[in-house]
Design a protein around this ligand. Structure first.
Ligand code: NAP
Length: 522
């Protein structure tokens, strides 16, 4: 355990400054300083009009932070289309006027560095960069690339590649880790959503700097986080070689609020961990690639919960009967993966609490689910968790699913009945039933969708929706209008989150913080 306070790494945060005018750039430089940046990258190629002698002097004089000047040509993914000599003249002038760094592309770096030989100010550094917009080469090829960049006389190596899979980032981590024993630092970043962890975890793996944008979406390369997220969400300054990595594995996954919750909780108890979004295509390959003990624990969501189970060395009995895991812990001693299902606990206890409130019964009198007819929509990971959980509490379970064969299979496994989704609207054998939606129907952005007609909702006394973005789905709104008690996906989320936090950290969950977090989302 480590406590907060001092910075634990020397990785710099650089804010890219892009603007059509010098005035806008100067304003953004101040914003970068207030946001907590260490330096700014001035993207000269984004300026509409540029008068080097006059503008560079203003930019350097007015910048409250160290400056990196980049004048990216079209042929390397930038916007500059003019004459090559003028471009390099501008970068040389920036050096003479007091810039701290310039970035020059590998293709022309040798010539550029020769041209400033003997004229370099002491604090000034040349970053030689290489951008690959197609893919991420093998570790061997990247190693060769580093050698050729170093051979130009670069002070700092910058390699940016494109992620086709999250496992590509591991190549870059290997490169930056090795750079720590060399005298030439390396900036290694992987572009795209699948490359996000390269931008967050670089302090752990020895990267020289990362980029953080001032505004979401206003980025100089795809996949850049904001500086605000780097500092506040991921506690960037506190990350170091010993920081344990946790994350939510899913596809899609960027909507997940889990990183916000766990990072805040880690910080509150002084736990040296970081929790990230992991956009994973192939979960087996993910575990195979990130097999070090430092990748310590994972939450797992749509569509990987069933495949995740197969990747575990051991699985808890409940998770085994559900056939899905949503929490995976790596045992530090031997790296073995242990799978659990915490969805079951969170969802079922939230529904029981809802029923107790409805019927004004105490928590000592057995489960209020006993004997109830419990209709589960969906037969995936969450559907199985709800079905097995309800069954265990003595409910009579019915499964309705788009793919009827999956509904049938799950119904057989829990000793219940199956329906097709189309038949659900006409299914009302009795009043006072319980309904649990575990599909993504109605989830953002398709918030107008609902899995059942409003008319059919009057037969249910309690309706639960596993979706938590939005908190009140169309299903829950219509259920409320029909007089049913509702239980939201957020209540399920918080219940399972307590348990995951305790498994991740071995510490009691800061429950008040969790509750506060949920109420802030509402
Ligand atoms: P999953 O294993 O992939 O299962 C998805 C289920 O939804 C399947 O039954 C699938 O039917 C059905 N489905 C998907 N799209 C559909 C559509 N357009 N029309 C009809 N049915 C559709 O996913 P999961 O992990 O169980 O997650 C399901 C939902 O629960 C997600 O929205 C997730 O965010 C939410 N969830 C919430 C929490 C929480 O804490 N609140 C926890 C876990 C999950 P087929 O069998 O026909 O494909």
């Amino acid at each position: 355990m480590e406590s907060g306070g001092m910075s634990k790494n020397s990785t710099l945060i650089c804010v890219p400054i892009m603007g059509e005018t010098i005035e806008k750039m100067v304003v953004d430089m101040s914003k970068a300083k207030t946001s907590g940046a260490d330096l700014v990258e001035v993207r000269l190629d984004t300026l509409k009009r540029f008068n080097p002698r006059q503008d560079l002097e203003v930019l350097i004089r007015k910048c409250p932070l160290p400056t990196l000047f980049t004048y990216r040509p079209k042929w390397e993914g930038g916007q500059y289309e003019g004459d090559e000599n003028s471009r390099r003249d501008a970068l040389r002038l920036a050096m003479e006027l007091g810039a701290d760094y310039v970035d020059i592309e590998l293709k022309v770096a040798h010539e550029f560095i020769n041209s400033i030989h003997g004229r370099k100010p002491e604090k000034f550094k040349v970053i030689v960069s290489s951008h690959n917009y197609q893919n991420t080469p093998s570790v061997e090829d990247l190693g060769n690339l580093v050698v050729s960049i170093q051979a130009t006389g670069a002070d700092i190596v910058k390699i940016a590649t494109t992620s086709l899979e999250i496992t590509d980032v591991a190549h870059i981590f290997q490169i930056t880790v090795h750079s720590q024993v060399s005298s030439v630092p390396v900036i290694g970043l992987v572009m795209g959503e699948r490359g996000l962890i390269s931008r967050i975890l670089c302090p752990k793996f020895g990267g020289y700097l990362t980029f953080g944008s001032l505004e979401p979406g206003i980025v100089s390369a795809p996949g850049q986080p904001t500086i605000k997220d780097l500092l506040n969400l991921y506690n960037f300054r506190q990350l170091g070689p010993d920081t344990k990595v946790f994350g939510v594995i899913g596809k899609p996954v960027s909507h997940s609020k889990s990183p916000h919750l766990y990072n805040e909780a880690f910080k509150s108890v002084g736990f040296n961990g970081v929790y990230v979004h992991l956009l994973v295509d192939d979960i087996a390959k993910f575990f195979h690639t990130y097999s070090a003990a430092d990748f310590a624990g994972f939450s797992c969501t749509i569509p990987h919960k069933e495949a995740a189970l197969k990747c575990c060395d051991e699985v808890s009995p409940v998770a085994k009967s559900i056939g899905a895991v949503n929490c995976i812990i790596r045992r530090p001693s031997d790296g073995k993966l242990f799978g659990y299902n915490t969805d079951y606990v969170g969802a079922i206890s939230a529904i029981e609490d809802g029923l107790r409130d409805l019927h004004k019964i105490s928590s000592t009198s057995g489960s209020p689910l006993a004997g109830k007819l419990f209709v589960v929509i969906g037969a995936g990971g969450a559907g199985k968790a709800l079905a097995f959980g309800a069954k265990e509490k003595g409910a009579r379970v019915v499964i309705a699913n788009r793919t009827y064969a999956r509904a049938r299979e799950l119904a057989d496994a829990v000793g219940g009945d199956a329906l097709s989704l189309a038949d659900l609207n006409n299914f009302h054998p009795e009043n006072g039933m319980i309904l649990a939606n575990t599909t993504s129907i109605g989830m953002q952005p398709k918030v107008d969708e609902t899995p059942i007609s409003k008319h059919a909702l009057k037969y249910y006394s309690l309706v639960f929706d596993a979706i938590y973005t939005p908190k009140i789905t169309r299903l829950l709104r219509e259920a409320q209008e029909s007089g049913a008690t509702i239980v939201t996906g957020l209540e399920m989320f918080i219940g399972q989150a307590y348990e995951q936090f305790e498994r991740f950290t071995g510490l009691p969950a800061p429950k008040e913080l969790f509750k506060q977090f949920i109420s802030n989302l509402q």
